[in-house]
Design a protein around this ligand. Structure first.
Ligand code: ADP
Ligand code: ZN
Ligand code: MG
Length: 478
């Protein structure tokens, strides 16, 4: 994009809260059930029923609001947002219009170079999700699944403070990290528990006001958000260069073609005819409830990052990886609590542990690895009781069988041979059988030594301590 323009982006994020039951009734929120099996008269919107607010959902929203540094309001109210759509049986959604739970928060994003930027959060409120329509292109009708209807949704609206698609991406990663630390949502974009609409406009650099914005929907991954915004930046710049006006509209991201396409033009603000939900009166947010939530907050990612670099003396990049998820950070601390070399522990987690997570498509909990077992294993390698290569094998077996690493080492007979007496004969034999390399080494080709060490390793099926083997060879070859 030409540097004549400045990009302005604001994001609207919806997060499904991980309560067991829906926000105004007792139906299950479990994902993936048979369609329309998790419904009742309340979430189907049958006449005469009454909504009852889910206390846990409300507490979860307070937690997020606190983590974002929002002002929690003293009195909140629910409103009906009226519109017609086949996935909304009541013809209105219970939401919060002019008295939401929280205003004025922020998300601090950290750029590649370590610089931080605060993206202001306009507001956060609680509402209910709609159902889901399933379109099968081969059929002349669509399906409606109302299992999702009434799932608690937290909406977080940002100010138009974001300036690049990359920043938008960081905002989402950071927000997701915060919400996952609070354990109030799994933020799984594939299952729709985190959804994002992106608003973007361009203006000439230094212009006082904002240009007209385009809202992009159908963004199914963080990458889609970044790509769609980058596309839209170019498209709008092209139009402005040609002297054309940007139409305020809603566009859809087409992931296959990598373009946005117009969905509907917003001629004027949609009129939802908001009015107070008569079945849920405005109520006071008790200060002691807010304090209870504040006391239950875990250490948040940025504080934890600072503490990790202080306490464990780790570099910025390492810390970033470790705190990326609360479970990983917890796991690291448990292992480091049993084996007092944090850098070594960090390397195992960054390397082997993450590799196993990726290969198995699971998170750290899914590996079912006991922190104490990993600590034991790392200690065996660090003490040179087993080789680094054996260590990786033992880890694999440990993850696969859940058995004690020491038992695996014993069973596989992997104890490293660090006893000179036991290696003596083998080293002599390797020297006798590899005259060429011996001559090479003696004539100053030091690389020949690694070949000889390799021969010792081979002869011992990888069990020789390579450092010791090298020392012995060097000594013998003078
Ligand atoms: P709407 O009335 O269309 O819902 P809002 O003012 O409520 O618009 O803002 C919705 C989102 O759009 C917010 O995240 C806000 O930051 C963002 N936004 C508002 N104006 C602009 C703009 N000119 N350019 C980019 N984003 C904007
Ligand atoms: Zn229900
Ligand atoms: Mg709005």
């Amino acid at each position: 994009m030409s540097n004549k323009y400045e990009t302005v982006i604001g994001l609207e994020v919806h997060v499904q809260l991980a309560t067991k039951t829906k926000v105004f009734c007792g139906c299950s929120t479990a994902f993936g059930a048979r369609p329309n099996t998790q419904v009742c008269p309340v979430c189907l919107g049958l006449p005469g029923v009454l909504p009852v607010l889910n206390r846990k959902a409300f507490k979860y929203v307070i937690k997020v609001a606190l983590a974002l540094g929002c002002d929690i309001q003293k009195t909140v109210k629910f409103d009906r947002k009226n519109y017609y759509y086949p996935d909304l049986p009541k013809n209105y959604q219970i939401s919060q219009h002019d008295m939401p739970l929280a205003y004025d928060g922020k998300v601090t994003i950290v750029a590649e170079d370590g610089n931080t930027t605060d993206i202001r959060v306009t507001r956060a409120h609680l509402e209910e999700d709609a159902g889901k329509l399933l379109h099968d292109p081969g059929l002349p009708f669509s399906y409606v699944d109302l299992n999702r209807t009434g799932t608690p949704l937290l909406e977080i609206v940002s100010e138009p403070d974001i300036r690049t698609p990359e920043e938008a991406h960081r905002y989402l990663v950071t927000l997701k990290q915060i919400i996952k630390y609070l354990e109030v949502s799994d933020c799984n974009m594939e299952e729709g528990s985190l959804r994002c609409d992106a608003n973007i406009s361009l203006r000439e650099k230094g212009a006082p006001g904002f240009g007209s914005k385009v809202e992009i929907k159908n963004l199914n991954s963080f990458k889609a958000v970044r790509d769609a915004l980058a596309f839209e930046e170019e498209r709008q710049a092209g139009l402005l260069d040609d002297g054309e006006k940007i139409v305020q509209e809603t566009r859809l991201w087409d992931e296959k073609k990598n373009v946005t396409v117009s969905m509907r033009v917003k001629e004027e603000a949609q009129d939802y005819r908001y009015f107070p939900e008569p079945d849920l009166v405005p109520f006071e947010v008790r200060a002691d409830l807010v304090e209870e939530m504040r006391a239950s907050m875990p250490e948040m990612p940025r504080e934890r990052a600072l503490r990790f670099s202080r306490q464990y003396k780790l570099g910025e990049k390492d810390v970033e990886v470790l705190i990326s998820e609360k479970d990983i950070a917890d796991f690291f601390e448990q292992v480091a609590g049993c084996f007092d070399k944090p850098r070594v522990v960090c390397n195992w987690i960054k390397g082997e542990i993450m590799r196993h997570m990726n290969e198995r498509g699971t998170d750290i909990r899914g590996l079912n690895l006991k922190p104490g077992d990993l600590a034991k294993l790392i200690k065996m390698v660090d003490d040179e009781f087993i080789s680094g290569i054996s260590g990786k094998d033992v880890l694999e077996a440990c993850i696969e069988t859940g058995k004690d690493p020491a038992a695996i080492v014993r069973k596989k007979g992997l104890e490293q041979v660090s006893d000179e007496g036991a290696l003596e004969g083998i080293v002599e034999k390797v020297i006798a059988e590899n005259e060429r390399s011996v001559t090479d080494y003696k004539s100053g080709k030091t690389a020949a030594l690694s070949f000889l060490v390799g021969q010792v390793m081979k002869a011992t099926k990888g069990k020789a301590n390579p450092k010791l083997a090298g020392e012995m060879l060097r000594r013998k070859l003078g």
